[in-house]
Ligand binder design. Structure first.
Ligand SMILES: Nc1nc2c(ncn2[C@@H]2O[C@H](COP(=O)(O)OP(=O)(O)O)[C@@H](O)[C@H]2O)c(=O)[nH]1
Ligand SMILES: [Mg+2]
Ligand SMILES: [Zn+2]
Length: 348
């Protein structure tokens, strides 16, 4: 670990054009530092990571490289997190691999260095490992459906904890409002998010073309990740936003219309500026490394209430301002239920 950190520092100082002395040491390790280029990971496909080269002002189109990580890859991130994720900023060595003909060439590369992530949407994978769904994004768009599948408030609350923990600003997109005739009930049920948490909430239908322009505006000029259960319309929305249906889809099953399946996260450039990461549907969203005592910080509407004990968990203590506020109808009871449920699922 110490070795790793030191090497990273060396590479960084080389990037800045500083200290030249350790160069020979790096050469011995066969890191082709003078050939490295900067880019970011835009997709994952099996063992390959698609890297978009950072375009310079003079280049109009950006180039994509099919990359694998070097054996000696250096990372600024911790060892028990994903080595690579969509959104990661990386340094890679480009090359060319030829197919059957010389014209059939494919830009390939080897990734040598992963920069420290500024933000991350993560989840716990098998409890032991942090899986990064998207790195270095600014906004988390939690997407659910009014029906088919009907949204689940507990899942929304889990996503919000992940957003606050991962330094992402959240918004909520409720799709398929064409399927329901009780929209006002749903709006009422979800009012707590816009009113108390001040999170932008959008009720849309891609089929009926309702309020899509609000989403376009919300995404403009930012890097966002779109996440939520499968079947809510994430890939359909991305296709609509980027115009042509270039989304990687797979036909699943031979019956019926076939389903669009997103097997891995993928980044798209939006026509109006900005980027969006489409992600696979998530059945379970395990919260990564939040401790029981820390959870209350991620329920921001609880923070204005005073409890007898400053470290009150709001579960069993006497004179708890939060539980009092639930009783008085000031705190949404379903939010408090989500809190309790999460609290008991987390480690001490
Ligand atoms: N009724 C209705 N169905 C939709 C809407 N948007 C998407 N769908 C359908 O929902 C299903 C799942 O969409 P998909 O984009 O694959 O969902 P994802 O798993 O979240 O990416 C597809 O059959 C879509 O055609 C909508 O606004 N209304
Ligand atoms: Mg999808
Ligand atoms: Zn309390």
């Amino acid at each position: 670990m110490r070795q790793r950190k030191r090497r990273t520092g060396v590479l960084k100082s080389w990037i800045k054009g500083g200290d030249k002395a350790p160069l020979s040491k790096l050469q011995k390790k066969k890191i082709p530092f003078d050939k490295l280029r900067q880019g970011w990971v835009v997709a994952n496909s099996g063992r390959y990571w698609v890297v978009e080269e950072q375009s310079t002002a003079t280049e109009l189109s950006s180039k994509l490289y099919l990359c694998i990580p070097a054996r000696s890859i250096t990372t600024d991130n911790s060892p028990n997190t994903s080595l690579l994720a969509v959104g990661d900023r990386v340094w890679f060595q480009p090359g060319i691999r030829y197919g059957e003909t010389v014209h059939n060439e494919q830009a390939v590369g080897v990734i040598y260095y992963v920069e420290k992530r500024q933000t991350a949407l993560t989840r716990a994978k098998r409890g032991q490992f942090e899986q990064v769904i998207a790195a270095n994004v600014e906004q988390l768009c939690i997407m659910v459906a009014a029906d088919k599948p009907r949204y689940n408030r507990r899942l929304i609350d889990r996503y919000l904890v992940a957003a606050f923990k991962g330094a992402l600003s959240p918004c909520l997109i409720v799709n398929k409002i064409d399927l329901v005739d009780n929209l006002s009930e749903i709006q009422q049920d979800l009012a707590v998010y816009s009113e108390q948490l001040e999170i932008p909430v959008f009720f849309i239908s891609i089929y009926a073309n309702l309020h899509i322009e609000q989403i376009t505006r919300q995404l403009q000029g930012t890097i966002s990740v779109l996440s939520g259960p499968s079947g809510v319309g994430k890939s359909t929305l991305v296709n609509r936003l980027i115009g042509d249906a270039v989304q990687v889809t797979a036909e699943v099953g031979k019956r019926g219309k076939g389903m669009h399946t997103t097997t891995a996260s993928r980044m798209f450039r939006l026509p109006g500026g900005g980027y969006i990461v489409d992600t696979p549907g998530i059945r379970e969203f395990g919260i990564w490394q939040v401790r029981k005592a820390e959870l209350r910080l991620y329920f921001p509407e609880f923070l204005r209430y005073h409890c007898r004990y400053p470290d009150c968990t709001h579960i069993h203590e006497p004179e708890c301002g939060v539980r009092q506020a639930v009783l008085e109808g000031e705190i949404d009871p379903k939010r408090y239920e989500s809190y309790q449920h999460l609290y008991f699922s987390l480690p001490d």
